[in-house]
Design a protein around this ligand. Sequence first.
Ligand code: CP
Length: 317
Amino acid sequence: MPAEQQNPDGSLAHLLTLQDMPLATAERLFSLADFYAAGNRARRLRGKLLVNIFFESSTRTRTAFEAASKQLGADVVNLDQIRMAGATKSESLEDTVRTVSAMGAAGIVLRHGEDGAAHKAAAVAPAGVVIINGGDGCNSHPTQGLTDAYTMRQHFGKDLSKLSVAIVGDVLHSRVARSNLHILRLLGVDDIRLAGPEQLCPSALAQQLGATVNHNIDDALAGVDVVMMLRIQRERIQALNRNVDMSEAEYLAQYGLTEARAAALKPSAVVMHPGPINRGVEIADSVADSKRSLILQQVHYGMAIRMAVLTDLIADE
Ligand code: CP
């Protein structure tokens, strides 16, 4: 875990990554999430100002953080840097963080296209201003990783260690895949299989991440308890001058979770996807909406996790 993420007393100063997070910290966040998931509400952020700074689009993360902040009694400002003057006037990320901090923000939720952007923000945030990573490039999406693991715990029980999990699709560009790997390993899951075409799920990357890789999706799905499908991130592929040399129909046939593949899964297996979904590309419509699908459960529990994270990092006591 990066030094700037943790205070000397072990509490979180920022939430930048799940890599090397102590198990006790994750359990503390899950325990707070249990409180909120049970329907309890506590206006523990009354009088605090939260600012969502999003340099990339978001439906789930931004809305969940805004709603969670409001449910906790905070005042919330959404700074949409995709459209607002800050980005077009070339103000740096660091100056944006300094500016918002000077206005009295207690916390900043940051989404940015660059790997390491949240770490850069934390490096300039004044003492007492919390940076929460809402997704940085292909690097990390800690609240999604926590949400996904929490959703699995709600479905399977707290001990996930015996589960087999397949993470399938565009692993190369997925910050969610990396954060899921970090939290699932922390929770003792050994059997994590990465799968997809070599272009999007390179063997070298899997080796670097310490996970197994399978380019045959049918083999990868055999006997798994959880299938986590990932969308092809065409915007990132284009920005990085990369290429996927197959049509959407070919991708679905070779690597997508079709109805036939879903039917061949273990009867108790569940299907997950962090969203947004490319229906008919990485997952068939009927599978996304099937009884196996926990996709809307992920969205639901994402609220409790965001409330837990905001409480843990920002509430006074
Ligand atoms: N899963 C996720 O990060 O979705 P959004 O891009 O809608 O926030």
